[in-house]
Unconditional design. Structure first.
Length: 365
């Protein structure tokens, strides 16, 4: 049946295997929110009993339950569970060339003896990120290769770490995209951070500077970050994450050493005549970011208006942007002429300035 075709199910129609369910989504036919199973080009609704087949479904279904391993150096060789304890493998995403190095036992062990075969034939690693990509684009978009088989558990785990360290799975990056070259988040099952010494390597720093300066990379990073913040189900929008982020920031700025270091870096940037800080584009961008509204301004007559930009409105209407900012912050300012601090309570006929959370429709002139 061709892609995009639709047919009603009968009582003899088997439901899709639960092991290949990717996600539950809204049904395209009856719009129910429960029971719609979607896998690649295939979907099934348990509510209205409609089924949707794409041309790749049968092949994808077969691939999910087919042994997918080949040897990297000899495509004709076959795995030998009777002779070996397990193997070290390499999985490659053929779409973006990201890789994963790991190991897999042929047998489950009990009391140091072979108990029963493992799921090695259809195993796709323990990496959550990698498995999400496999579910998203299908197993046929990945290459599953055995690097070598090993007779003992000791040898298996030793060479897993050997190959992970040899290929720098934690510190390698794809130059064209800036993404990590490997899905691996640890070495030998132990969580590691990227070594600090790596950041001191001039070649590494130069490479990362070039990657981060690439407009395409910056655009992609910006889009990814915005998407995470815009997603209501994202961890970014949970109270726990926001609390942890706030506590981390407060702890950083409460550290005298961190404040001193940040101050020195900022001063060095301002002292550098070639710094971007001294360009008109930077100053304009900073001013727009700081003064972007919306703001609500209250006059002594009780009239209120909403404006988009504090600086532009102040210049156009004969007010001091600095004094309006003081009204906004509510913080006292030290006056060198009088030798004391004072707090602005009004500016001409304006008695209050406040920033609004959302844009309103009544914009003042």
């Amino acid at each position: 049946m061709g892609k995009g075709s639709k047919r009603s199910t009968s009582t003899s129609t088997k439901r899709p295997d639960q092991s290949i369910i990717l996600s539950y989504q809204e049904c395209k036919f009856c719009k129910s929110s429960d029971g719609f199973v979607f896998y690649d080009s295939h979907g099934y609704c348990y509510h209205c009993n409609e089924i949707w087949f794409g041309e790749d479904y049968d092949q994808e279904l077969e691939d999910m339950h087919k042994m997918h391993w080949t040897f990297r150096d000899d495509k004709t060789r076959v795995p030998d569970p009777d002779k070996y304890f397990g193997f070290v493998y390499l999985i490659t995403n053929k779409k973006n060339q990201r890789k994963y190095i790991g190991c897999k036992q042929y047998w489950q062990m009990r009391h140091r003896k072979k108990y029963k075969p493992s799921n090695w034939r259809v195993y796709t690693s323990s990496s959550k990120e990698l498995n999400q990509d496999i579910e998203k684009i299908g197993k046929r978009r990945f290459k599953f290769e055995i690097i070598q088989e090993y007779e003992t558990k000791r040898g298996l785990h030793y060479y897993e770490q050997y190959y992970q360290m040899k290929y720098h799975v934690l510190t390698s990056f794809i130059k064209s995209t800036g993404e990590p070259a490997y899905y691996n988040k640890n070495v030998g099952g132990v969580r590691f951070y990227v070594p600090l010494e790596k950041y001191d390597d001039p070649e590494f720093r130069k490479k990362m500077t070039e990657v981060k300066a690439d407009p395409e990379y910056r655009k992609k990073q910006s889009e990814d970050t915005k998407a995470r913040w815009d997603d209501p189900d994202s961890v970014y929008n949970t109270p726990e994450f926001r609390k942890k982020r706030s506590e981390t920031a407060k702890a950083y700025w409460d550290d005298p050493e961190a404040r001193k270091k940040r101050s020195e870096v900022t001063k060095a940037q301002w002292d550098d005549p070639d710094s971007a800080f001294h360009t008109s584009e930077y100053r304009k961008k900073q001013s727009e970011a700081q003064c972007k509204g919306p703001y609500r301004i209250t006059f002594d007559t009780g009239r209120e208006i909403t404006i988009d930009n504090l600086t532009d409105w102040a210049k156009s209407n004969g007010y001091s942007q600095g004094t309006l900012s003081e009204l906004l912050s509510g913080k006292p300012r030290f006056d060198k002429r009088w030798g004391k601090a004072w707090k602005a309570h009004r500016h001409k006929d304006i008695v209050k300035v406040e920033r609004l959370e959302e844009q309103t429709s009544d914009v003042g002139e």
